[in-house]
Design a protein around this ligand. Structure first.
Ligand SMILES: [Zn+2]
Ligand SMILES: [Zn+2]
Length: 241
C-alpha cells in the first residue's frame, strides 16, 4: 500500500526537534506524501512553544511544495481523569490533536489508572489520535484501549519511533503486537506515524511496516492511504461542538 500521510511530527518549535516547517514540508514532498500533520508538543513539555504559538497557526500556508499541511498539537495527558494541557479556546484553533503520555508531564500510574486516563482522553472531541500507547512505562489494558478507539473514533497510533531499536520507550515491540492483535480481532484500524523530530525522518515507517508484515496486519485496517477518511473522522469527532 501507499503511505501518503504522516500525522505526528515536530519542528524546532517543540524545543527538542531540529527542522523548520518548510524543511519538514519539503521532506514530505520528496517522499511523495500528500498530507503532513505537524503536532508540536503542548505546553507542559519543558522547552516547547508558548500557547500563543497554537493560537496563531492560521497564518501558516496549508499547502507547501504541493503537500497539504495540517497543524495540531501533541497534547500531554496530565492526570488519570484524561485531562490535557491546553484550554478549550486553543484546542478549537487546532486542526486536530494527538494525546500522549510523557514522563515529564505525568507520573505512570497503575495499569487501571493509565487505562482510565487513556480511555477518557479518547473521549475528548479534539483528540483524533492516541499517541504511542505502546510505551511500557505506562502499563495499559490494551483490549480496553482498542474498544475505546472503536467507540470514540479516536485512532490508535502505531508509532515508528517507538520501534526504533535506539528508542527509549519500554517494550514497545511486544506491546504493539498485543495492540495489533486486538485491532485485528475487533476490526479496529490504526494509523502509522513517524513522530519525526527532524526532516530526515518524515514519513519513515520502516520499523512499523516490518511489524505489520510480521503479524499479518490487513491493509484495510491501515489508514495511511486515506486522507479523506482522516478528515471525516476529525469532523465526526467535533460534530457535537
Ligand atoms: Zn510523544
Ligand atoms: Zn511526538
Amino acid at each position: 500500500m501507499e503511505y501518503i500521510l504522516d500525522l505526528h511530527t515536530h519542528t524546532i518549535a517543540s524545543g527538542h526537534a531540529y527542522s523548520t516547517i518548510r524543511e519538514m514540508a519539503k521532506a514530505a514532498a520528496d517522499r511523495e506524501l500528500k498530507l503532513l500533520g505537524i503536532t508540536e508538543h503542548a505546553m507542559a513539555m519543558p522547552g516547547t512553544c508558548h500557547e500563543f504559538y497554537f493560537q496563531n497557526m492560521k497564518v501558516i500556508p496549508r499547502e507547501q511544495y504541493g503537500v497539504e499541511l495540517m497543524f495540531g498539537s501533541e497534547l500531554n495527558v496530565t492526570d488519570y481523569d484524561g485531562n490535557v494541557d491546553m484550554q478549550e479556546y486553543t484546542l478549537r484553533r487546532l486542526d486536530y490533536a494527538v494525546a500522549s503520555f510523557h514522563p515529564p508531564c505525568i507520573t505512570p500510574g497503575s495499569r487501571e489508572e493509565n487505562t482510565r486516563a487513556a480511555c477518557l482522553v479518547m473521549q475528548n472531541p479534539h483528540v483524533l489520535i492516541l499517541g504511542h500507547p505502546d510505551d511500557g512505562r505506562y502499563l495499559m489494558n490494551y483490549e480496553e484501549i482498542v474498544r475505546a478507539s472503536r467507540e470514540t473514533g479516536t485512532i490508535i497510533e502505531l508509532n515508528n519511533s517507538s520501534l526504533n531499536p535506539s528508542g527509549f520507550r519500554k517494550n514497545a515491540l511486544e506491546n504493539d503486537k498485543v495492540i495489533l492483535n486486538f485491532c485485528m480481532k475487533l476490526g479496529v484500524p490504526v494509523v502509522v506515524n513517524s513522530d519525526a523530530h527532524i526532516d530526515a525522518d518524515v514519513g519513515n515507517h520502516v520499523y512499523a511496516q516490518k511489524l505489520l508484515d510480521e503479524v499479518g496486519f490487513p491493509e484495510e485496517l491501515i489508514l495511511n492511504d486515506r486522507p479523506e477518511e482522516i478528515k471525516k473522522r476529525i469532523l465526526d469527532k467535533r460534530a457535537g461542538l
